[in-house]
Design a protein around this ligand. Sequence first.
Ligand code: SF4
Ligand code: SF4
Length: 287
Amino acid sequence: MKQLRGSSPYTDLMKNLKSDCTSCCGLCCFALYFSKLDGFPQDKAPGVPCRNLQSDFRCAVHSELAERGLKGCIHFDCLGAGQRITRSLYSGRSWSESRETAAEMCRLFPEMRLLHQMLWYLIEASTLVPAASLLPRTGALICEVDACCMMPPQTILARLQEGAADELRARVNGVLKETIALTAAFVSPGSAGSGASGSSRDRDLIGKRFRGKKLDGRDFSAALLIASDLSGCSLRGVSFLGADLRDADLRGADLRDSLFLTPEQLASAKGDRSTRLSPHLLRPDHW
Ligand code: SF4
Ligand code: SF4
């Protein structure tokens, strides 16, 4: 079988995309909107601290999240955006210092999360052998996004207002789409582009049973795979970009060469020791 992943000069940047809650002022528990229905402890608006967030920014119920059914908290992963803001952009200061800082951090956090997500996808794209011809563009975008992450807060927010962030996202999406098509053609010539990326009907795969199937080269980007059965499936070159995998059964699935999976997607799905993962993904603790 031809190797799908190779080396990339950018993989070192992945270390910035691992969440370190000890270096963060609990931004996810303060800056985001969340709802009880999504497995959070309460319905709350952005800029309101969760009632379980303590003054030292630790969670008072951290050891009981599973017992309390707080799936939203267990699955959440900011890909390092929280500590980037707290440690690098605000030198360890927190949102609790002033109303201005709190308002700024609230606007910055979702944006930084998106930037980190883009970096995650682009770095993975840069390792894919079939997409080697895109490396000059992918690499340039990695440098551009990484530079954005290090800009002063005011500059990031100004760019947001000017629409520069949307334009950057569109360019990143373009490269990722090309990467997906090239990879699908590589692993499954003739079936490239088949799958879930077309109509909304194609994307609605809630509860679908695929058990044990060879799905190599399928495109599940943005698909609703909630509670689907992907157990024992071969998923080589399958894109899961932005797919909803909540409660999807991934036991025994071969995801070693699947594309664009994030820690949050994995944590929200069901897997176990028999689920095979690429080395850049950690097995969720609860699997
Ligand atoms: S924002 Fe990220 S780093 Fe900060 S507490 Fe939440 S998950 Fe941890
Ligand atoms: S319960 Fe804990 S982890 Fe969940 S939002 Fe509240 S403070 Fe954060």
